[in-house]
Design a binder for this molecule. Structure first.
Ligand code: FAD
Ligand code: UDP
Length: 394
């Protein structure tokens, strides 16, 4: 690998793999991917737990869903999907409620039998405390969507545990990810397409990299070899944008997660894939039980055992994995400075979750990479268009 590739990709998550696959397969370029972890795939990576053979998502549970037909067609080139539909429950004060907030949650919570119209009227009455003001932050958005009592029960403390940030400083987008429904439909996602990769995430991720023009170099931090590449080959960088610039404008704040995995001696621990814990007395936010993500699989080898994972959230410190951008107004101001630096950086495009400091679902990371390929990389390699003035805001 002394010879320089046509393109260097830093990071082997969905963003980097999509770029590499398109450039190799469609443009015939020689692509080298550098990955600092000892495996490819970024945060979607999964592996089988040794004792039970159950597939465990190493960096948190990953559910694939999209309404983007182009992305759906693209991902189906590398894997088939099961018919899995995500559903989540929430244990509040000793009772189990369905999520996202739906007519079932509302009627159970208020011990009532409201019709859809009656439930809408009730929530509208409760949301009237905002006086018709356009919601500007997380709390106002939450109260406008579900009213104060449901917000306090299911959202306030869960969000306090998840973010440890004044909810008035959190973006309203975070709560808008969850649907609110005035029916008994408790599917977690609204998207057209949903499913889990039949052979697991790692098989999917490996197939994306399985091309003679793609070389994956593991256990290699870009910053230890950057001088071999900078200014000599085009680079698509999917690591943290502040790290690239040596934190010159300060650190962008991230949340990280601690996952406490346990093999439990019971065939079924909680009867569903994800149970949330919105009460303040419980230190974790949720428990995943991986068996339930694949009801179609034969889990005979696991026998009377199951794998669960408790999830705890805290601020990321140096050396921790950055998982969720905190994205306070201060962070957004810092990000603008990094965007200017990124635009001025010759021959480097910044992409992905870390490179743009954005929460991106897998389908969004893939869509964003396909768009960078079509709008930046193809014009550059085909027609010699300049690669500068790119930017973080793909
Ligand atoms: P990543 O997957 O983070 O990949 C970046 C890669 O770059 C990493 O492998 C990293 O090691 C490498 N890297 C960084 N710096 C360097 C360097 N200097 N040198 C070499 N390599 C480097 N999405 C969904 O659609 N559904 C879900 O249910 C879902 N659940 C999630 C749960 C959690 C806890 C998290 C954190 C994310 C979840 N996501 C989910 C989002 C999903 O993980 C992302 O969309 C996806 O990881 C984005 O891919 P990426 O390539 O941008 O980043
Ligand atoms: N949330 C909450 N209670 C819940 C589930 C979600 O308050 O039971 C809030 C919380 O602030 C969370 C956000 O809604 O960060 C988005 O939830 P989602 O399930 O999409 O979070 P993710 O799976 O991305 O961690």
């Amino acid at each position: 690998s002394d010879q320089l590739p046509d393109l260097l990709v830093v990071g082997s998550g969905f963003f980097g793999l999509t770029i590499a696959e398109r450039c190799a397969a469609d443009l015939g370029l020689k692509v080298r991917i550098l990955e600092r972890r000892s495996h490819l795939g970024g945060n979607a990576y999964s592996e089988r737990e040794e004792q039970t053979g159950i597939e465990v998502h190493r960096y948190g549970a990953h559910l694939f869903h999209t309404s983007n037909a182009t992305v759906w067609e693209y991902v189906n080139r590398f894997t088939a999907f099961t018919g899995y539909q995500h559903r989540v429950y929430s244990t509040h004060r000793g009772q189990v409620y369905p999520l996202p907030i739906n007519l079932g949650t509302i009627n159970q919570f208020f011990d009532a039998a409201y019709s859809p119209a009656e439930a809408r009227a009730l929530i509208a009455e409760q949301a009237a405390e905002l006086g018709g003001k356009e919601p500007e932050n997380f709390v106002e958005k939450g109260v406008s969507l579900i009213g104060r009592p449901l917000y306090e029960a299911f959202i306030a403390h869960y969000t306090a545990k998840q973010w440890q940030t004044d909810p008035e400083k959190l973006s309203a987008d975070i709560i808008s990810r969850l649907p609110v429904r005035y029916t008994y439909d408790n599917r977690y996602f609204n998207d057209t397409y949903e499913g889990l990769p039949v052979d697991g995430y790692t098989a999917w991720l490996e197939r994306m990299a399985d091309h003679p023009n793609i070389e994956v170099v593991l256990d290699t931090d870009f910053f230890t070899v950057a001088e071999q590449y900078k200014g000599r080959v085009p680079i698509v960088y999917t690591g943290p944008v502040d790290e690239y610039f040596g934190y010159a404008e300060g650190r962008l704040a991230w949340r990280t997660l601690d996952f406490e995995e346990e093999v439990v001696d019971v065939e079924d621990f909680q009867g569903c894939p994800v149970m949330n814990y919105p009460d303040p007395e419980v230190p974790y936010t949720r428990i995943h039980e991986f068996k339930h993500f694949h009801p179609e699989r034969d889990h005979a080898r696991a026998g009377e055992k199951t794998v669960i994972m408790r999830e705890y959230s805290r601020f990321a410190e140096e050396g921790d994995e950055p998982y969720y951008p905190v994205n306070t107004p201060e962070d957004r101001a810092t990000l603008l400075k990094y965007r200017d630096l990124a635009k001025a950086e010759p021959m480097v495009l910044f992409g992905g979750r870390l490179g743009t400091y954005q929460y991106l679902d897998m389908h969004m990371a893939i869509a964003s990479a396909l768009s960078m390929f079509e709008n930046r990389l193809r014009p550059h390699f085909r027609d010699g268009a300049a690669l500068t003035s790119g930017g973080v805001a793909e």
